[in-house]
Design a protein around this ligand. Sequence first.
Ligand code: FEO
Ligand code: CA
Ligand code: CA
Length: 628
Amino acid sequence: MDKKTLLDLSWDDFDEHRDPRPARSQFDDVVERAISRRGFLGGALAFGSAASVFGAGLMSSTTAARAAAHGGFAFTPIDIATDFAIHVPEGYQHKVLVSWGDALWSEADGAFGDNGDLDVAMSDKVFGENTDGMELFDVDGKEVIAVNSEYVNPKINLPADAEGTPRTADEVTLLKNLQGVTIMEVAKGDDGYMVVKDSPLNRRITHETEMTLSGPLAGHDLVKTKADPEGRTVKGTMNNCGSGKTLWGTYLTCEENFNGYFGATGEMPAGDGYKRYGIGGEGRYAYEKFDPRYDISNEPNEPHRHGFITEIDPADPTSTPIKRTALGRFKHENAEMVQAADGRLVVYMGDDERGEYLYRFVSNGVWEEGTNGGDLLDEGTLYVAKFNDDQSGEWLALTPETTGMALPEILAFTRMAASAAGGTTMDRPEWVAANPLKAEAYVALTNNSKRGEGATNAGGDDMGVNAANPRETNRYGQIARWVPANDDHAADAFTWDLYVMAGNPAVYDNAYGGSENVTAGNMFNSPDGMAFSSDGLLWIQTDGDDSNEGDFAGQGNNQMLVGNPETGEIARFMTVPNGAEVTGLCWSLDGKTAFVGVQHPGGSWPAAAGKPRSSIVAVWREDGAVIG
Ligand code: FEO
Ligand code: CA
Ligand code: CA
């Protein structure tokens, strides 16, 4: 496969290409589609009482909720769109806050030229590409957004004659600088929110920024390199996907598809960990040809130093980011922090790959209000989730006793530890969001086209259907939620149900038609980003198929919806340009503006002409009321 085609693959398909697994037969699909939707809701699938996996509210009052016609929401739901524009409900306004290439400091003014080419010398002084998870912080009364730039589209940001492949070390530097994290002050002026250029709080963190490795894996042989024989100082955070916010006001950036940045120019080193994490072969951006740090044949341990939750202090631009190894190494989607009944910290985290797992970290120590709890993230226990078919569930501790692995190995090869402990293989766990009004958390399981009998994850674990992931060839995704025993997030037991199973009721009269709270009027596929607003509503962002054809006919462009956890009702709030996913959501301190990430748009959005540019969009109500 040539480079052009490789770049056109999603990160998930890129992994599949480098490590193909058995395909399912068409016959399997036909059998699945023969299962009636009514039959599914009545419990016809192999695991038994499927009806009971839906929340009571959904089964009993959905019709009433629908009749109430979005009574629970402050907006009139919008229709689908298929154009290259943004749509929000009547009575709402939106504007672009910042696009990739926009200057964060005056010296970079005009660096993004009319032709869309960017000078490499200015590439770490502008807003990065492909905006993703973000959080807003109150820094002495100033509003500061920390936001991820997940990856780059080299065909857009390298000169046209490079055809998407970097030809020089400078072009690799350009790509590195457009990724990572941006910290920027924002302020409201006469024309709404703007980035405060030259703010002393502005900062770019890239693939070259120095950071500290902390926790039980720091200093271990597995993370020592030629440049860092102590195994404690790492360069860069990469493929920063979702986000999290600590209770003490620091930013958590989550390293997802880090594996794709490494390539082997010669022999691959020995070790099972490379295969399980999809490391090997040719790197997605050819970094290894220009920078030996990314060449696994040269630096076999460099990939072991990525794939973590990294903590950044947005209030101190001189601070050194810290990679928290105790939270495990995998394709981290986001990090949702809550506090247990006894004051310990609990962090929920998904590993976004087909058939990988949902995790929980529980600190040993107790956090006290007003203190910096960073060190508490260095000592604790990781758990993997097991979803039983009877709607009970348990968190299985990953310890030397349960996994047969030493603690540093558990943290470096967390996936293998989770397999050994017997977690439930999930349909690509994306964001986790915890309800601020009660002890309850949700995980978006975006889709899993390979789910089915005989299928396995990259570690060989069974990926046949289970109650929480009940559909073979799952193209639509679902959102599962759980309530911890005793309303305590540190409890090892929980009960769970499916909040929604996405689907297309206009195409399918079976399980692929979705759960009862999915209608022709609100349907969507591939839930991904999620966040709760302070009023206890769940905002759902999609990253799915926006072809509006076949299985996805009538679903239009990617969208942001709002879900009511109590009634199950879901309403469409926003649609984004064709080609884009919606990802990343935070609110201004007064709650009157929502900041929404629009990643990899198509066409030439947001400008009338020129290159498409991922951007953060501000959304507010015309009447100035709180929106989240
Ligand atoms: Fe970067 Fe799983 O989304
Ligand atoms: Ca995502
Ligand atoms: Ca996704």
